[in-house]
Design a protein around this ligand. Structure first.
Ligand code: PLP
Length: 405
């Protein structure tokens, strides 16, 4: 297919299609399980003369499966370029280490995935990089946090786990006025729900482990960029200057699995978002549930922002029961839905953020993130919506029975 025809395709068609393998004409990508590729005189000469060839040299520098995945994701995120890595955290860390130097400063939203928050709060400080945490929807607070050392503003499109949605245009304007870069983690949304680069964000990082892979069987990470405010050779430097040196690479098999996962991303998410909405509405009326956090609900504090920025409200939600003990009782009583760490797959998965992913974050900081002990996170899967609701209903009724007894 000609590139100009491909560019005009709808998101769903872009997700499914890629050009046949040039050597075999196979319509599915062959799996290239090779970490070495034969040099010929031309390649050898290019390398000797300093050219940086990004694929088919050595596995850590690139692989045909990784290259194809990068092209597909760049298309789906409306990016100018993309780098695929071994995990979501490899994407976050590699981006930070490529951009920041000792003395630099980050302004980050209060609520980010626990490992990201901890990396900003502890690991990066070891390298002289400081972070100020603010509510990124409070633009005056963001403004006040910016110093002459600030280089980036960082947030999550839908924050893990409190489901806050950040308004992007005011942050982008502030960043442009202050010559900063805007980076966001799009994991909870996925490019089906939200394409932040279209809103002026400079760099998107994402855990492909989640909705992109979609089947609980692969780890991967994505960095997708818009070139406008970045140096021309940014992607090249990101790969050669940082990624290849740090070595957080994606295996060819995982790249192949992610390509396969991407093909069904739109159909999975279409269904998952619908079920999430039904579940959120149901939970809002359950007597054992104190609060539901889902951007599609009118009661969500960022509903209007979400309505403007996202054509769908996503497949993640959280709800609150009385306390941590009740949350455990609910998750432990589930029969159909899983009680596990991850998210974004065909299975409905529950998690208790306070005592699982965010356990290492002190309670005082968890409270600033609005992570309550009785909060249950749900990643809605592809099961029949009635079965999901029935399962969560019977689990919620266990706490009621327990309390009454
Ligand atoms: C929002 C977010 N970003 C990044 C990550 C890290 O992804 P990975 O586990 O692929 O390293 C996660 C993991 O749960 C996440 O939820």
């Amino acid at each position: 297919m000609k590139p100009e025809t491909r560019d005009k395709l709808a998101f769903d068609s872009k997700a499914v299609y890629y050009n046949p393998d040039p050597s075999t004409k196979s319509i599915n990508a062959p799996l290239y399980l090779s970490n070495n590729f034969q040099y010929d005189e031309e390649i050898y000469q290019n390398i000797v003369e300093g050219a940086r060839i990004t694929e088919n040299i050595y596995g850590r520098c690139g692989n045909p499966n990784e290259t194809l995945l990068q092209e597909q994701v760049a298309m789906l995120e409306n990016a100018d370029g993309c780098l695929a890595l071994g995990s979501g955290m490899a994407a976050v860390a590699t981006t930070c280490l490529a951009l920041l130097r000792p003395g630099d400063h980050i302004v980050s939203d209060w609520t980010t995935y626990s490992s990201t928050h901890e990396m900003f709060d502890h690991r990066l400080t070891d390298f002289g990089i400081e972070t100020t945490f603010v509510d990124c929807n409070d633009i005056e607070a963001v403004k006040a946090a910016i110093t002459e050392k600030t280089k980036i503003i960082y947030f999550e499109t839908i924050a893990n786990p409190n489901m806050r949605v950040t308004a992007i245009p005011p942050l982008v304007k502030l960043a442009r006025d202050n010559n900063l870069l805007v980076i966001c983690d799009n994991t909870f949304a996925s490019p089906y729900v939200m394409r932040p680069l279209d809103w002026g964000v400079d760099i998107v990082v994402e855990s492909a482990t989640k909705f992109m892979g979609g089947h609980n069987d692969v780890l991967g990470g994505i960095i997708a960029i818009k070139k406008t405010n970045l140096p021309d050779d940014f992607l090249h430097d990101l790969r050669w200057g940082t990624h290849v040196k740090l070595g957080g690479v994606l295996s060819p098999f995982n790249a192949w699995m992610l390509l396969r996962g991407l093909q069904t991303l739109p159909v999975r998410l279409e269904r998952q978002c619908k079920t999430a909405m039904k579940l959120a509405l149901y939970l809002e009326n359950h007597p054992a549930v104190q609060k539901v956090h889902y951007p599609g609900l009118v009661s969500h504090p960022n509903h209007e922002i979400a309505k403007t920025q996202m054509p769908n409200y996503g497949a993640m939600l959280t709800f609150e029961v009385a306390d941590g003990q009740s949350a455990i009782e609910v998750c432990d009583s589930l029969e159909l839905c899983a009680f596990a760490a991850s998210l974004g797959s065909v299975r409905t998965i529950t998690q208790i953020p306070a005592t699982m992913a965010f356990l290492d974050i002190p309670k005082i900081e968890r409270e600033k993130m609005n992570i309550q002990d009785g909060m249950v996170r749900v990643s809605v899967g592809l099961e029949d919506p009635h079965d999901v609701i029935n399962d969560i209903d019977q689990a919620l009724n266990q706490i009621t029975i327990h309390k009454q007894g």
